[in-house]
Design a protein around this ligand. Structure first.
Ligand code: IMP
Ligand code: MG
Length: 176
């Protein structure tokens, strides 16, 4: 099987959308410091582009959690591979995600972080696949709603490949 990638959102389109999302966050958090929680590895490209466009004071932390193997379906189990470095007690936190699929990862991460008493906790994702949702997790900031296709690039991988693509593409498997 050959892997083929077709462009869904160009770098320019993504950056325009991220600019709009940042403007909204700047308005919503005026006078506050935003603590961005980047969920590794997929969210790293989005998180950097978003952070660069925020004009409110920003602090950053990283965690790594997965409910995914190398397959194209979520396994449903949350594994914390790396926890946050900082205590989030009293901070205005935004969890930054690359994509919300079943929503299981995000709802488990959110529950865990809510137990640490942040001043507030919101969710922000670049991509959302609403057709695949299996939990009622509420997303506060969404870039694009996409159909049930497997996408790669801009941080998103297939078996750890393609994260470095500057655009979001749809991955197809072609018979050779
Ligand atoms: P969820 O727990 O089902 O919402 O899965 C979320 C995680 O699955 C994301 O953070 C991604 O790492 C991964 N994922 C879901 N859909 C895709 C996709 O289309 N391409 C690449 N990774 C995906
Ligand atoms: Mg992710």
């Amino acid at each position: 099987m050959k892997e083929e990638i077709g462009v869904m959102y160009s770098e320019e389109t993504l950056n325009k959308k991220i600019e709009e999302m940042a403007e909204q966050i700047n308005r919503d958090y005026a006078g506050k410091t935003v603590h961005l929680i980047c969920v590794l590895k997929g969210s790293i490209f989005f998180c950097c582009e978003l952070a660069k466009r925020l004009t409110v004071p920003v602090t950053l932390d990283f965690m790594s959690a997965s409910s995914y193997g190398n397959a194209t379906k979520s396994s449903g189990k949350l594994k914390i591979n790396k926890d946050l470095d900082e205590d989030i007690n009293g901070l205005h936190c935004i969890i930054v995600e690359d994509i919300v699929d079943s929503g299981r990862t995000l709802s488990m991460v959110k529950k865990m972080l809510e137990g640490r008493n942040p001043a507030s906790l919101k969710l922000c994702t670049l991509l959302d696949k609403p057709d695949r949702r299996e939990t009622d997790v509420h997303v506060d900031y969404t870039g694009f709603e996409i159909p049930d296709k497997f996408v790669v690039g801009f941080g998103l991988d297939y078996a750890q490949k393609y994260r470095n693509l500057p655009y979001i593409g749809v991955l197809d498997f072609i018979e050779e």
